[in-house]
Design a protein. Structure first.
Length: 305
């Protein structure tokens, strides 16, 4: 439409049916669409960019000569024809070629983003699958030992395990869950561990939470807590602190450790997987630190949803 108005302005002395540019527009549309549908996809796919430039120049030159001698019938020389009318073919060809490249770039970016998203989702599922069995096996071992030593208290443990199973099998598949559900899961886990390590380890579990309606990615903190119980030395203390203030979660877990066993693969893998999950979910909006001085201490801070 822009070109039609330009032609009417430049050739205002012509009647509509006698306007050479309006007649040429039909041919121009055909040239643009052939370039858009056939030429650009073919040459870009083959990566024959230089060859395409020659074809592009040849089409522009030929179309301009056709306009001069067949439509406008100006009778001017080739240089004069090119200087006066080349823009009429060149501008729409360049413009729509740019549009084609732009849309192709957008499509490719969307495809790349979809692949990244699928990869991230698959990696998150894989990392979660590495977490779930550890939690369940530890709880089952606790129930087994209690069924022998204190069978009357076993039903309560089974009910707690039922809650944890529901959390791991169903709720952990969600992208985020309420902080209340995650804290309840951790409460149950620590109760199991308190029973399991009674007389062997001391547990200090502290919570200060201003609101439980925040959203959090499931099974994030449990990896750190599991490592503390698994790798702490006998007759030592495990300290777990969870604080939520104005939508920010502060988490600290520390335990005594045997420096000779600190390099075990399962410890490294567990914390590495956790950091991968944090990177995938919270990008750079988190702080994760491990210190190995007198005690093994893990601190984590991030904004809740």
């Amino acid at each position: 439409m822009l070109f039609v108005f330009v032609s009417l302005f430049l050739f205002s002395d012509y009647y509509w049916k006698e306007n050479p540019f309006l007649q040429y527009v039909i041919l121009l549309v055909a040239i643009v669409y052939v370039n858009h549908v056939f030429l650009l996809p073919f040459f870009v796919k083959k990566k024959w960019y230089l060859f395409y430039a020659f074809v592009f120049a040849g089409i522009s030159f030929s179309a301009t000569q056709l306009y001069c001698y067949a439509f406008a019938q100006c009778g001017c020389s080739i240089p004069k024809c090119l200087s006066d009318y080349l823009w009429q073919t060149l501008v729409p060809l360049i413009f729509f070629s740019f549009v084609w490249i732009l849309y192709r770039f957008i499509d490719e970016q969307e495809a790349v983003e979809n692949i990244k998203k699928e990869h991230a989702e698959m990696e998150l599922k894989f990392l979660k699958s590495q977490i779930n069995p550890h939690v369940l096996f530890n709880n089952l071992n606790t129930i087994y030992s209690y069924s022998i030593e204190k069978p009357n208290e076993t039903p309560e443990l089974i009910l707690m395990l039922s809650d944890n199973l529901k959390h791991v099998l169903y709720e952990s598949n969600e992208k985020t869950i309420t902080l209340e559900k995650e804290i309840h899961f951790i409460d149950n886990y620590i109760k199991f561990q308190t029973i399991r390590t009674e007389g062997v380890k001391r547990i200090s579990y502290n919570k200060s939470i201003d609101a439980l309606n925040h959203q959090i990615a499931p099974l994030l903190l449990i990896t750190i807590i599991e490592n503390a119980f698994k790798h702490s030395t006998l007759n030592s203390e495990i300290v777990v602190d969870i604080k939520v203030e104005q939508g920010v979660l502060y988490f600290t877990c520390q335990n005594n450790f045997d420096k000779n066993k600190l390099s075990t693969n399962d410890l490294k893998i567990g914390l590495q997987n956790l950091e991968k999950r944090l990177e995938l979910i919270y990008k750079s909006n988190y702080q994760f630190k491990i210190s190995k001085d007198e005690v093994f201490k893990v601190t984590l801070k991030f904004n809740l949803n």
